[in-house]
Design a protein around this ligand. Structure first.
Ligand SMILES: *Cc1c(COP(=O)(O)O)cnc(C)c1O
Length: 496
């Protein structure tokens, strides 16, 4: 097999082994690591269709992690995708009324972040060992709500690691916050930021790029890495479920091998849908990648006009994990459509930093044909929950509902009847309040914890362990800080 190396989108770091790129997280030049080519394989769906999720994961990851041994990959995959997931198939696909949902919320924090963050700690510790690293690895993470808890779960008490999570103090759901601040594990730290997700993410990126700070850490035998989707080790495991979904659809005679399949992805930081793009580049016959945004529709406007413009108000919505104006992973797509030219990436990213916007070339825009942008307002999101429930009795969370609304507009506007899989990114139990309000206003005045029981009686689906009795768990983290204080806070944690 051909060795696959990784390059920074901004050109200054090239030719890294996968393990090196995973340990670093973010490149020194501020860029993101991308595979230097997409592996050339004939995906054999006749074989893939009979493989378990774990087997598909070993196969797909093997293509990208060429410096890992087969045993190392197996160790990572089977440690991650085990009975932490409450469904033996890991990523069940359900059929409703002509469309399908890929349920990515059966992991320990009931959002799709578990798909990558249950394996990242194993990839990272394996990679560090391969690189001969003896420092403790400090995972710095900014979260819009879901990554934080998934990372805390994944890294809790993993030897040789510290995990520090920053979340927007007023920008996450009550259950999301409670999940994070009750995290156990001697190496876990959680901090609320008085700002929004972009403030948290920008603050974390600045720490990564702060040479003084990194030097100081190194003197104390620490080094930074990232659990955000800027880490390629987060992105690669997400390719797996697109390949798996296609194979599943073949196996269950929903499609024939080679038939096109649309996917509809509720999008924020552009990690999930970028994984779909990589799966398609790998040869999975995906047709349209429908990119669904909420009211923070910076991506919709980008695909529509070719201009990425973050100069707008940040809107807090009922799909908070998608409340993002700077979608980090788009940089990887920009690199791709710019013909892998880091000079152009630097140019656009400089514009974004200084002007708050950039416009891609007409040639680049032509490369975006497989993406179809959609968005849903708050009202449309609530309506989508209600429509699905009334039609099928199936309850979707507000993030998934943004995708469902975008899918409905897509089919109406294009008349495309290609089979479509809507990516379901969170359990309704994680966003109980907004989910239930969509069904009936009367839930407005009831607290989230009582509503868990209400949702149980309506859905008949057991309350997941992740949120069961969460109101009774002890709050273990209560630090709040300004963006300017992040560096100091990190040092304080590590000095303990
Ligand atoms: C993170 C998240 C998203 C957005 O995914 P990206 O990879 O950031 O685009 C959507 N829905 C939920 C529930 C999430 O947690």
């Amino acid at each position: 097999m051909q060795k696959l190396l990784y390059n920074s989108t901004r050109g200054q770091e090239v030719g890294l082994e996968a393990s090196e790129a995973i340990v670093k997280g973010l490149a020194k030049d501020g860029g993101l690591f991308v595979p230097s080519f997409i592996p050339k394989v004939d995906l054999d769906f006749n074989k893939l269709k009979d493989m378990s999720y774990q087997e598909v994961a070993c196969y797909v990851l093997g293509l990208f992690l060429t410096d890992f041994t087969e045993d190392e990959i197996k160790h990572c995959v089977y440690s991650a995708y085990d009975d932490k997931f409450d469904d033996a198939s890991i990523a069940p696909i359900v059929k409703k009324d002509g469309h399908y949902y890929l349920e990515l919320f059966h992991g320990s924090t009931i959002a799709f972040k578990d798909m990558a963050l249950s394996i990242l700690p194993y990839l990272l510790t394996t990679a560090a060992k391969k690189q001969g690293i003896e420092n403790d690895i400090v995972i710095l993470t900014a979260t819009s709500g879901d990554t934080g808890k998934a990372a805390l779960e994944g890294f809790s008490d993993i030897e040789g690691t510290q995990i520090i999570v920053f979340y927007p103090k007023s920008g996450v759901s009550m259950i999301q916050e409670r999940q994070m601040v009750t995290s156990t594990g001697a190496n876990t730290h959680v901090v609320g930021i008085t700002g929004n997700f972009d403030d948290a993410q920008t603050g974390v990126k600045e720490l990564f790029n702060n040479k003084e700070f990194n030097k100081e850490l190194a003197e104390r035998n620490f080094q930074l890495s990232s659990a955000n989707s800027i880490n390629i080790g987060r992105l690669l495991p997400q390719i797996v479920y697109y390949v798996y979904t296609y194979a599943y659809m073949v196996k269950h005679n929903e499609i024939n091998i080679g038939d096109p399949l649309n996917v509809v992805v509720p999008t924020g930081n552009f990690g999930n849908i970028l994984a779909a793009f990589y799966a398609k580049s790998l040869g999975t016959p995906l047709n349209k990648l429908i990119c669904a945004s909420n009211d923070n529709k910076v991506l919709y406007d980008f695909f529509d006009t070719g201009t990425y413009d973050k100069r707008r108000d940040f809107i807090l919505t009922i799909s908070p994990s998608m409340d993002i104006l700077i979608s980090s992973n788009l940089e990887r797509l920009i690199y791709e459509i710019a013909g892998e030219n880091p000079d152009m990436v630097n140019h656009f990213m400089d514009d974004l930093a200084s002007e708050g916007m950039y416009t891609i070339t007409a040639d680049m825009k032509n490369e975006l044909a497989s993406f179809y942008p959609g968005f849903a307002t708050e009202e449309e999101t609530l309506k989508a929950i209600k429509i699905e429930f009334d039609a099928t009795g199936y309850i979707i969370d507000p993030h998934t509902a943004v995708a469902k609304a975008a899918y409905d507009s897509y089919t109406k506007d294009t008349k495309d009847d290609t089979k479509s899989v809507i990516i379901s990114t969170a359990s309704p139990y994680k966003f109980t309040k907004s989910t239930l309000i969509a069904l009936d206003d009367k839930y407005e005045s009831i607290d989230d914890f009582t509503l868990l029981k209400e949702l149980l009686s309506i859905s008949g689906i057991d309350i997941p362990l992740a949120v069961k009795d969460i109101d009774k768990k002890e709050i273990l983290h209560d630090t709040v800080c300004d963006k300017e204080e992040m560096q100091e806070i990190v040092m304080n944690f590590l000095n303990r």
